[in-house]
Design a protein around this ligand. Sequence first.
Ligand code: ADP
Length: 192
Amino acid sequence: MKYYILFGPPGAGKGTHASVVTERFNLKHISTGELLRSEIAAGTELGKHAKTLIDAGSLVPDAVVEGMLESVFNNTTGYDGFLLDGFPRNISQAQDLDKILAARGEKVNAVIGLMISDDTIMARIKKRAAIEGRADDASETTIKHRIDTYHSVTEPLIEYYTNTDNYHQVRVEEPTIEGNQVILRALLDKIA
Ligand code: ADP
C-alpha cells in the first residue's frame, strides 16, 4: 500500500483538493478532522471529549487520532493506498506514524505540501465559516490560535519530511479551485 500525506495550514484546501490526489493514485482519503467531526455528530464518548478541544481550535490528543487512523488502515480494502489529510499534525504524530507503518512493512511514500499565506488562511476560513458552519471557523480568535498552532507544532514537519527526501510543495494562492488544481496536478505529474 502507498501512504501519501496532504500537508498544509488550515484553510489551504486539503479537503477541497484531496480528490485530485486520491483519483490519481486510487487512494482512500482519511481526514482526521472529518473523522472527529463524525464522532461528534454521532454523539460518541470520543466525540464528546474531542468537541471542546476542536471548538477551541486546539489539537486532540495524539493517541485518540492515531487510534482512529489505525482503525481505518485495518478496515479498508479496494484501494492502492491512503491519503492522510490533517495528520500528522506534530512531530510525535509523525514519529508514531513511522512506527505504525514500519510495523506493517510500509512507509510514507510522499508528502504534498499546500502552501498559502496567513492572510489567505484567515480570508478562506472566514468564507468557509458562512458555508459549512464549523464552530472552529466562527471566531477570529480561534482561527488565530489554529494558525499559531500550525506555525509552532505542525510546520516543523516540513523539515522532518524534507530530511527524508519525500517532501513536495506548491503554493495554492490562485483565486479559483480550478486554478489551484492545475498547479497541484502539475506537481503530481512529477511525483508519479
Ligand atoms: P483544518 O485543516 O481547517 O484545521 P481539520 O478538519 O484538519 O481542519 O481539523 C479540525 C480540528 O480537528 C483541528 O483543529 C483539531 O482540533 C482536530 N484535529 C484534526 N486532525 C488532528 C490531528 N492529527 N491531531 C490532533 N487534532 C486534530
